[in-house]
Structures are given as C-alpha cells and as structure tokens.
Ligand binder design. Structure first.
Ligand code: GDD
Ligand code: MN
Length: 387
C-alpha cells in the first residue's frame, strides 16, 4: 500500500456495488412505520444513481434502528447510525453528513412529507453548479398542500419572515427540512452550526455566508404531504430554539443560540426565588419561631437553593435537552452548577458595587451586576456542567 492519495481500488468490490454519488440522510425518532416504504420510494426515484441512505436514529424506543438494520441485511446501500443519550434533528443531519464520502448529501424527513421524486432534479441542479438545492413548498409550482395545519402554516409564515431578516439572500422556504447540499460545503460550516432544534437549513445558509463562503442556492418546488405513520416531534421548545438562533444571528453571533433560553430560564428562576422568599418569610412570621433577621437569612438561603435547583432542572431539560445529564452525572452536574452560580453571585455583587461606587445609580448598577452574572453563569456552566 502506498502513502499517496488512493487512486484506484486494489481489492475486488462486490458486483453491483458503486461508491455513492449521493447520500440521503434521514434523521429519525420513532419512525418505525415509515422507513421501509421510504427506502423503496427513494430507490424508485433515484433509479440508476449511485446512492446510499443513512438513517441517523436517536435510539428510538419504537425500535426504528432495528427496522433499518433488517433492511441493511437485504440492501447494501442503507445503514443506521444509532446515537445514545442524545437528541436533535440538526445534530443528527450533521453527523449523517459526516459519515459519508458521497460528494452530495440530501436530507429528507422519514415521514414521507417530502416528495422524494424531485431528488433527481435536485441532484441535477447541484451538478450544474448549485452548492445548495432547497426543496421548496413556497416557490412557484410548490405547495404546503395538506401537510401543514392552519396554526402551523401561520407559524411557518412568521418563521419565514424572521429567516428572511438573517438569510442575506432570497430563499422561498428557509425552514425546509428537505434539501441537497455539496458535502464539502456542509462540512465546512458544520463545526459552527447549532446542534439543537430543527433549523439546520437556515443555519447552513447564514453560517456559510458569515464565513465568507455564501452558498449558491437553487430551488426545486414540491407539494408537502401529510405525515405517513407516527407523530410529529415539533414542540414549543423547538420554536424557542429557533428564536434563540435568530437572536444569535441578529446580534452577529455576539449571543450564542442557547443564550436566549438560558436567559428565559433565569428569568423564571427570579420569580421562583421571590415566591419562595415570600412563602418562607410569611410562614416563619406566622409561626414566630425565630427573630426577624434570622428569619430573613433562612428564607433567603432556602429561596436561593430552590431557585438554583429550578434553574438546573429547566436548563437540563430545555436549554441542554440535547445533552441532558442523567444518573450520577446529574448529581455532579448539579453541584458544579451551584458552585458556578455562587461564583456568578460574587461577580454580580462586585460588579454592581463597583458601578455603584462610581455613579450612584441603583438600577444601572443592579442591572449590570445581573447581566454580568448571567453571562458568567452561562459561559462557565456551558464549559463545565454541560460540556
Ligand atoms: N435523530 C433525530 N432526533 N431525528 C429527529 C428528532 C430527533 O431528536 N426529532 C425529529 N426527528 C426527525 C423525525 O423523525 C422526522 O424524520 C424528521 O426529523 C422531521 O420531524 P417531524 O416531527 O416530522 O417534523 P415536522 O414535520 O413537524 O417538521 C418538518 O417540517 C418543518 C417545516 O414545516 C421538518 O422537516 C422541519 O425541519 C421543518 O422545519
Ligand atoms: Mn414531519
């Protein structure tokens, strides 16, 4: 074996096997009833093209991965990447793209909502020079069909308008989950993409542009279909994750995407803190068990502990849902979270104090302290607690 680039095969390949030109990535979570028919439909659509299907499954409880493995025993061009203890559509797509050598990758939902028959046309657009080809419901000739409810359609319109503000170029369906991209272009942006939520396409477009490599985009219209089997995984958290990405891009990346959610959780933590403080002081006063000073001290300690536990649980389940701590790591994570927040508290008080010394503006000083500690807590817990 030489050490130069590999030029040609030196072992015999099984008959009929050709290296794929196109990898079709299918993110899946509880899609057991959809995979086999999807494979068949894509196979029919792609005909003679050398292609492979990579299903990236987050260890679905319904056993989707087993179904994929059954298929792999029959067809050489399908395999399953199974992830444990992780969730997320965007990161699933990125990891799917990372495990193929095909020069072009397409992302398609498992539930048959996307029209696979346009895949050859999408590939043709890419072969004639587009970096990214978007399957679009809103381009001339496309339609959202019966695939979106009334509420989802208006939500989708709003999301599209927000996306338009950050996209930097015209895209009719920036929230599409159906697209084909040059693998190299996708992998260049990959390290900078947000791993949570559903917004991978808009993220790819904006991130590539910000890296000085704007994607040349083409669109192919199609009609969105109703889901075949199973249920949608869309939920309010995914909406907030999208808004987080939007805020991040609007601030030129100054605020990371998960900061919005971390901040919102912090806001609810303040409410929990004050409510607990009120509850404890009124209960303790009623009982007249201790002196007023001791009473406030005890209540404040209790309120701080409860608010920290509240923030930790919410951040673990929402902000960092894709890397949720479990078991023993839940305990060590909570301890590190508390320790970091205590340091954040010190930072808060010192900054507020310094500003107050300099200019006696209570509100400004207080706010600066609070901002200081939120940024500190965010950055440090991200690096240590949810690394
Ligand atoms: N691996 C993995 N992990 N896959 C996931 C996860 C996850 O946490 N969540 C969802 N998926 C997979 C689903 O199994 C499905 O194949 C695909 O991602 C889309 O999920 P749906 O639950 O069907 O999403 P939807 O129909 O509500 O949203 C679709 O349309 C939106 C625009 O209307 C998606 O294509 C979105 O990307 C798109 O923005
Ligand atoms: Mn769907």
């Amino acid at each position: 074996m030489s050490n130069g680039p590999i030029q040609e095969a030196s072992v015999a390949l099984p008959t009929n096997f050709r290296p794929p030109q196109l990898a079709v990535i299918v993110p899946s979570y509880n899609e057991r009833g959809n995979i086999e028919l999807l494979y068949e439909k894509v196979a029919l659509a792609l005909g003679d093209t050398a292609w492979e299907m990579i299903v990236v499954d987050d260890n679905s409880p319904d056993g989707t991965a087993d179904v994929v493995n059954e298929l792999s025993r029959v067809y050489a061009n399908i395999r399953c990447v199974r992830r444990f203890g992780r969730r997320g559509l965007a990161s699933a797509c990125i990891e799917g793209m990372a495990v193929t050598a095909a020069p072009y990758v397409a992302v398609i939902d498992a539930d048959h909502q996307h029209d696979e028959t346009i895949l050859p046309q999408m590939l043709a657009e890419a072969l004639s020079g587009a970096d990214l080809v978007v399957g679009s419901r809103f381009a001339e000739g496309g339609s959202a069909g019966d695939g979106l409810s009334e509420a989802r359609l208006s939500g989708s319109n709003l999301a599209n308008r927000l996306a338009g503000m950050i996209a930097g170029q015209a895209v009719s369906d920036p929230m599409s989950g159906f697209f084909l991209i040059r693998r190299e272009a996708a992998l260049e942006a990959a390290p900078k993409l947000a791993s949570d939520g559903f917004k991978i396409l808009i993220d790819l477009i904006v991130t590539s542009a910000r890296m000085g490599k704007p994607l040349k985009i083409a669109e192919v219209p199609y009609t969105f279909r109703p889901r075949h089997a199973g249920e949608s995984k869309m939920n309010p958290l995914i909406v907030i994750q999208y808004l987080g990405l939007w805020v991040s891009k609007m601030t030129g990346g100054a605020l990371p995407p998960s900061f919005l959610l971390f901040g919102l959780v912090g806001g609810t933590g303040v409410v929990v803190h004050l409510a607990t403080l009120w509850f404890f002081t009124s209960v303790l006063i009623q009982g007249e068990v201790v002196s007023q000073t001791t009473e406030f001290l005890i209540s404040q300690i209790a309120a701080t502990m409860i608010a920290m536990a509240w923030n930790f649980v919410l951040n673990n389940n929402l902000t960092y849902a894709d890397r949720k701590l479990k078991g023993r790591r839940l305990i060590t994570g909570f301890l590190s979270f508390c320790a970091i927040c205590a340091l954040g508290g010190i930072a808060n008080i010192s900054v507020a104090n310094a500003i107050y010394q300099w200019d006696h503006q209570t509100f400004v000083a207080g706010l600066s302290g609070a901002i200081m500690s939120s940024v500190f807590n965010y950055a440090v817990t991200r690096a240590f607690t949810w690394k």
